[in-house]
Write a protein that binds this ligand. Sequence first.
Ligand SMILES: [Fe+2]
Length: 291
Amino acid sequence: MKTLPVLFKSVPVPMRQREYRVGRTSKWYTWSPELRVFLSEWCKKVRKTRYVKRVYLSNRKYYHDTYSLKPKFINNTKLRKQLDSIADSFYKLKYSKNSIFFTNMIDGSITENGLHCFFACLREILIKKFNDRFSAMYSPIYTRETYEKDFPLHSDIFIPKILLMLFVQVPKGRTGGTFLLSVEDLKKIFSKIKLLPKEKRKLVLRILKETNRNNDRYDEFFYILHDEDNPWNKELQKLMNRKREYIKLESGQGYLIHDRLWLHGRKRSKSKITIKRLQRFVFNTKQTLEI
Ligand SMILES: [Fe+2]
């Protein structure tokens, strides 16, 4: 049996992230040595990003677009084969119930542009493996969203379930960071709120459990959690704010979560959200499909 490349290597908590509780208590990783060698070579070869296309998978949903790049664009058989094996490792990746963090994912030889092509190509290989064009998305972020207000806790509820976020251009200072709240904690919060009807609680959990590509329920989900007119809103916000974790990740850092086990959000920022803020790769694995 062929051994697959190891994707990540465990590293100590970066010094500046020790001040955040979730930073101190979580596992941190970086690219494994073999991925680092591959990506350095890859990044040298793929300086031109103009081949990366933005593809719209359906006109039904605001979030249904992805960057994509056919692997044949890379004129190097060895790199293409290695990329295939790396895609297998992503396919077989075992997710943790905890959020995990990354650091030093972009450096002198592993460039933002190189990673942009890498994720766009990886997406193409994974969708072939799954035979489903929704099973992996390298999804652009939206710059129309306001940045002066918090982007409250939510799940993206894309069809794929594992969310890998790598930050590239982050605003300076302590604002603009990431909020995280586990669905386990959300359930505990729900049980404390008397004004929240049982059927609404159940609906939120059902939306997280069932993914239906013909019925996007993100808005429904979001309004139960955040609509100010809901009689339970004040208490829910108070308890979620108390329980959520906050961490300000730096350029080259990121996190990986199971989107149905964790909610994420963004603290307001002093500067505009640019398209280069982060690289968002969302994918299914063998394991997410089995459950
Ligand atoms: Fe999101």
